[in-house]
Design a protein around this ligand. Structure first.
Ligand code: ADP
Length: 418
C-alpha cells in the first residue's frame, strides 16, 4: 500500500515537473509575443520592459526546471513571479479594461496543474486574496488605471489577449490529456501483462510440480529397478531447483518493488566466474538436447578481482545465458567480459531467433514475453530480463541489447566497482 502511494506521488511529481518546464517555455514565447504587440501598439515604456524582464526570467526558470530533480522550488518561484507579473500587467495594461483579468483565471488553472493537496490550497488561496485586493482597490478607485488611447486599441489588446490565453489553455489541456492517455495505456498494458504473468505462472509452477509428484509416486513402486529410480531422483531434484528459482525470482521482484533489495559487495574473480558459467552451461546445453551449439567463453586477457555482488552478477549472466539457450537452436552462444577503461563490459551473444524492433523496447519490462513465434512454445514468465536490468542498475551499471530477427541477439551490461 505504501509503495502504491509512493508511486502515485512520484507520478504526480514527474507530471508537475514536466508541466512547469513546458509552461515556462510557453511563458517565454508569450513574453516575446507580448513584447512585439506592445511595440506595435506603441504602449508606454513599462509595458515594453515588463515582457523583456519576464522573457529573461522564464527562460531561466525553463532551464532551472529542466535540470532540477522535482522542480519544487522552481514551482514556487514560477507562481510567485507570475503573480507579480499579473499585478504589474493589471496596473500597466489598463486594469479591468484590458485583458489582465483573464490572465488571473489562467494562472488559477495553472496552479491546479503544478500543485496538489495542501500546496494547491495555499497557492490558490493566495491568488484569490490577491484578486480580492485589486477588486477592492479598483472598485473604490475606478479611475486609477487609465483608459486606452482609443477603443480600437482596447479591442485589439483584449482580443489578442484572449487568443494567447486560448493558446496557453490549449497547450495545458493537451499536455494533461496526453499524459492521462499515456498513463491509461501504461496501466492497461501493465494489467494485461500481469494477467499473462499469472497464467504463465500457474503453468510454470504446475509443470515442475507435476513432475515432482509423478516421479515421487513412481519411487515407491517395487516394480521399478534401482538404477531407474536414480534417474527419477535426478528429475525430481531438477524440478525442485527450477521451482525454487521461480520462487526466488518472485521474492526478488517484490523486494525490488519495495526498494528492499540489497547489494552485498565482495571479492569476485572474473575469469573464475566465467569458467564456472562455462562448465554450468555446457551441462545446460546437454540437458536441453542442444549439445551441437558451440559455447564460447571470452575471458579477460588480464584477470581482475573486483568488488561487486558476486551472487547478483552471476544471476544476471545466468538469466541472459538461460535465454540464449532457450531461444537458440543452432550456431553458437558467446559470452564474456572485456575491460574498458571505465567499467567491465559483459556480453552474451547468440545466433538464435532474435528480437523484432517493435518488441525490443519492451523486453526489459517486467512480465513481458514476445510471443511472435506461434509455432514454438517458449517457457518463461517474462521476469528474467527485468531482473537483469534492475540488478544491473542497482549495481550502478547499464544494460542494453542489439538484435536482428532470425540472426541472433547480443546483450551487454557494465559493472563498475562501488
Ligand atoms: P522469459 O525468458 O522468462 O520469457 P525474459 O524477461 O528473460 O523472460 O525475456 C523476455 C522476452 O524477451 C522473452 O520472452 C523473449 O521474447 C525475449 N528474449 C529474451 N532474450 C532473448 C534472446 N536471447 N533471443 C531472443 N529473444 C529473447
Amino acid at each position: 500500500m505504501a509503495t502504491i502511494k509512493k508511486e502515485r506521488f512520484e507520478g504526480f511529481v514527474d507530471f508537475e515537473k514536466k508541466f512547469v518546464v513546458s509552461i515556462s517555455l510557453v511563458a517565454t514565447l508569450f513574453s516575446l509575443i507580448g513584447f512585439i504587440i506592445n511595440i506595435l501598439l506603441d504602449f508606454d515604456l513599462a509595458m515594453k520592459i515588463i515582457p523583456v524582464v519576464s522573457f529573461v526570467i522564464y527562460t531561466v526558470l525553463y532551464f532551472w526546471g529542466k535540470q532540477s530533480k522535482d522542480a519544487s522550488v522552481v514551482k514556487w518561484v514560477f507562481a510567485f513571479i507570475t503573480l507579480i507579473f499579473m499585478n504589474l500587467l493589471w496596473l500597466n495594461n489598463y486594469g479591468s479594461h484590458g485583458p489582465a483579468p483573464y490572465f488571473f483565471i489562467l494562472l488559477f488553472s495553472l496552479l491546479i496543474f503544478i500543485w496538489h493537496g495542501r500546496y494547491l490550497l495555499i497557492a490558490g488561496g493566495t491568488l484569490i486574496l490577491n484578486v480580492a485586493i485589486i477588486f477592492y482597490f479598483d472598485f473604490n478607485n475606478p479611475t486609477f488605471t487609465p483608459d486606452y488611447a482609443s477603443e480600437s486599441d482596447r479591442i485589439i489588446d483584449v482580443y489578442t489577449g484572449i487568443l494567447l490565453y486560448a493558446l496557453i489553455i490549449f497547450v495545458m489541456m493537451s499536455s494533461a490529456k496526453n499524459s492521462y492517455i499515456n498513463e491509461y495505456k501504461k496501466a492497461k498494458r501493465s494489467d494485461a501483462l500481469k494477467s499473462a504473468f499469472l497464467a504463465n505462472m500457474s503453468h510454470e509452477i504446475r509443470t515442475p510440480l507435476n513432475a515432482i509428484v509423478g516421479f515421487s509416486n513412481l519411487l515407491s513402486s517395487d516394480l521399478i529397478p534401482e538404477e531407474e529410480k536414480q534417474t527419477y531422483i535426478d528429475i525430481i531434484n531438477e524440478n525442485n531447483d527450477s521451482l525454487l528459482r521461480l520462487f526466488e525470482d518472485i521474492i526478488d521482484i517484490s523486494s525490488i518493488d519495495t526498494g528492499q533489495l540489497e547489494i552485498f559487495p565482495e571479492d569476485c574473480d572474473i575469469n573464475n566466474l566465467l569458467d564456472n558459467l562455462e562448465t554450468m552451461f555446457t551441462q545446460v546445453l546437454e540437458k536441453a538436447e542442444k549439445p551441437e551449439i558451440q559455447l564460447i567463453s571470452n575471458k579477460l586477457s588480464e584477470n581482475r578481482i573486483i568488488t561487486t555482488d558476486k551472487k547478483r552478477l552471476l544471476q544476471i549472466l545466468t538469466n541472459l545465458l538461460d535465454n540464449a539457450v532457450k531461444f537458440t537452436n543452432e550456431g553458437s552462444i558467446t559470452f564474456g567480459c572485456v575491460d574498458t577503461e571505465e567499467a567491465l563490459l559483459f556480453s552474451v551473444t547468440d545466433t538464435g531467433i532474435g528480437i523484432k524492433k517493435s518488441n525490443a523496447q519492451y523486453i526489459f519490462d517486467r512480465f513481458y514475453k514476445a510471443e511472435d513465434d506461434q509455432s514454438t512454445l517458449y517457457r518463461g514468465t517474462g521476469i528474467g530480463l527485468f531482473m537483469a536490468k534492475s540488478l544491473t542498475e542497482l549495481m550502478g551499471g547499464e544494460i542494453w541489447m542489439e538484435s536482428e530477427p532470425g540472426k541472433g541477439s547480443s546483450f551487454f551490461f557494465t559493472v563498475t566497482e562501488p
